[in-house]
Design a protein around this ligand. Structure first.
Ligand code: PMP
Length: 373
């Protein structure tokens, strides 16, 4: 006899600590202007899209085989990109790649977090860190940032000494605030983390949008074996759909990640398309300067209009401060402009779009009754 058919209203045996949890995700609404997920608003130029399509056609004939598990050629290309843009010379054994920097963080916590271990970050910061901690049974603690969202070096180092985390996350520039972190703070934190054998993970997802005068933590890698720097092709490279994140670290860190990564985690298609994107880096990154200029203009306009805008070294701006930020958000949605409800109470975050999209944002905000202008 066949087993009984499942009745309606099935409750699967979800882990008890996950009951009531919600999947992560910004609302995806079909409005004309979407400035809510810090994407690059410029699609790949037609010649780059064509090169990607040609490469997929070429490799398709070999898709009966698993991908290169080590993504060796792609990692060499990533090392070359970092050498060209940040003037660091990194052996391929110090580079690792995965499906977005999100998977990099997940792998880092699988390898270096776990039951009885702690991770630390500086709030407000990237909302995914606590989720990876939850999933890996790692305890998550935060130390507050200052009123201007900066990280106070002494307080941060004291927090590291107090919590003794195996992983400290420092987003630089930070999301959702856009705040850059001086290299001196990174060095002190790496040093404090080393005292208790912990890693300092500097999340440089927005590195290419930094203003002049700030330096990547990549330049400190030779001084601190416990320093990990993560990057992504999702933002500056205009390749969020490719899902390619990577890190630079000591080879022993990379070796540890090999233990926890899923077999063949990075598909042949992903590796190939990412390599085409890297080969066309100049064309894909061409809009970064324009996005930066548009960001600086947005900060200036917000301040001239009487709003508060946080300093930003990223491709978004956190602004406010509103008595009812949700109402402002809704009024913008009603005007066809989707931004993000995130950050401290009263603040909202706008991703930098094209000049036309930013014009629509300014018009909608200036006309929003709850914004109080
Ligand atoms: N780090 C920060 C601070 C981010 O804001 C994001 C994207 N929102 C990421 C990492 C992850 O990007 P991805 O997984 O697309 O590389």
């Amino acid at each position: 006899a066949r087993p009984a058919r499942a009745a309606a209203g099935f409750t699967p045996p979800l882990r008890l600590d996950l009951v009531g949890e919600r999947p992560y995700g910004a609302p995806q609404l079909a409005v004309p202007v979407r400035l809510n997920t810090n994407e690059n608003p410029y699609p790949p130029p037609p010649q780059v899209a064509a090169a990607m399509a040609d490469e997929i056609r070429r490799i398709a004939a070999g898709l009966n085989r698993y991908p290169d598990r080590e993504a060796a050629v792609l990692r060499a290309d990533l090392a070359e990109y970092l050498a060209a843009t940040e003037h660091v010379s990194l052996d391929v054994a110090r580079i690792w790649a995965a499906n977005g920097s999100n998977e990099i963080f997940h792998q880092l916590l699988l390898a270096f977090g776990g039951p009885g271990r702690r991770a630390l970050s500086f709030a407000p910061t990237y909302s995914m860190y606590p989720q990876y901690c939850r999933d890996t049974f790692t305890r998550y603690a935060t130390e507050p940032r200052g009123a201007d969202f900066s990280v106070d070096t002494e307080a941060a180092c004291a927090a590291v000494r107090r919590h003794r985390p195996t992983v400290t996350f420092l987003a630089a520039p930070n999301n959702p605030t856009g705040t850059a972190v001086p290299l001196d703070t990174v060095a002190h934190l790496a040093s404090a983390a080393a005292e208790s054998g912990g890693l300092l993970v500097v999340d440089e997802a927005y590195a290419e949008f930094r203003r002049p005068g700030t330096t990547s933590a990549l330049t400190l890698l030779d001084d601190f074996p416990n320093l990990v720097v993560t990057r992504t092709m999702s933002k500056a490279f205009a390749a969020a759909g490719v899902r390619l994140g990577y890190l630079a670290a000591h080879p022993a860190v990379v070796d540890a990640l090999r233990i926890v990564r899923l077999p063949y985690h990075l598909s042949t298609v992903t590796q190939a398309v990412a390599r085409v994107a890297l080969a066309h880096a100049a064309e894909l990154l061409a809009q970064v300067a324009e996005i930066r200029a548009e960001r600086d203009a947005a900060v200036a306009w917000l301040r001239e209009s009487g709003f508060t805008a946080a300093e930003s070294d990223a491709n978004f701006v956190l602004f406010g401060i509103f008595a009812d930020a949700h109402r402002v958000w809704q009024e913008l949605v009603d005007a066809g402009v989707l931004i993000r409800e995130t950050g401290p109470d009263g603040w909202l975050r706008v991703s930098i779009g094209t000049p036309e999209e930013m014009r629509a944002f300014r018009t909608a905000l200036a006309a929003a009754p709850a914004a109080g202008r």
